[in-house]
Design a protein around this ligand. Structure first.
Ligand code: MC0
Length: 144
């Protein structure tokens, strides 16, 4: 069951500049940052609020680390902006299988590593009304 908006992914050319915009404009601070080489991104997670399932909602600011990454490709075509939304679940495997059964393409056979040790998969944007959609199970077992 999907129980929260885990994060909204925002693609940018310059992570440090974008982090500073969110800090100066809204007062949001970086909760966590990391490089995910598999995904080809450097990212900053800005925690917005805790959620009723024990988890939290974040803004995820994404800067590509290489030209062949999905985010670099998307930025070249669209410029900066909202890249994807992510729903949180206690069971990414079960929810991905259930959603696949409804005819939506799930992009990974097995969930991969996401931010903060989470397990993630993606749904094809062409099957989701043009919205790249991610499913996330947090590494924190209390977050559900
Ligand atoms: C591509 N398309 C999108 C889109 N990316 N539509 C909406 N939102 C997006 N973000 C559209 C394109 O405009 C194109 O439509 C069509 O999908 C095919 O895209 P493509 O660029 O030609 O290339 P593909 O097919 O090679 O790749 C698209 C695909 C890929 C969605 C399969 O981007 C992918 O695997 N994404 C999942 C991984 C990802 O995005 N990782 C970065 C975040 P037209 O109409 O022009 O044909 S990593 C992350 O978020 C992690 C760290 C985390 O949360 O913890």
């Amino acid at each position: 069951m999907l129980t929260r908006i885990d994060h909204i992914g925002i693609a940018c050319f310059d992570l440090d500049r974008t982090v500073e915009f969110y800090r100066a404009t809204y007062g949001f601070e970086v909760f966590h940052s990391e490089v995910n080489e598999e995904q080809g991104v450097r990212e900053a997670m800005l925690k917005i609020n805790d959620t009723g399932d024990g988890g939290a909602s974040y803004l995820q600011l994404l800067e590509p680390t290489r030209e062949d990454s999905t985010v670099a490709k998307w930025l070249a075509k669209n410029g900066e902006g909202v890249h994807h939304i992510a729903f949180g679940t206690a069971d990414v495997d079960g929810d991905a299988a259930a959603i696949a059964g409804k005819g939506v393409r799930v992009l990974y056979d097995e969930p991969r590593r996401g931010s903060m040790g989470s397990r993630i998969t993606f749904l094809h944007p062409k099957d989701c009304g043009g919205v790249l959609t991610e499913l996330v199970t947090s590494a924190d077992p209390s977050a559900h």
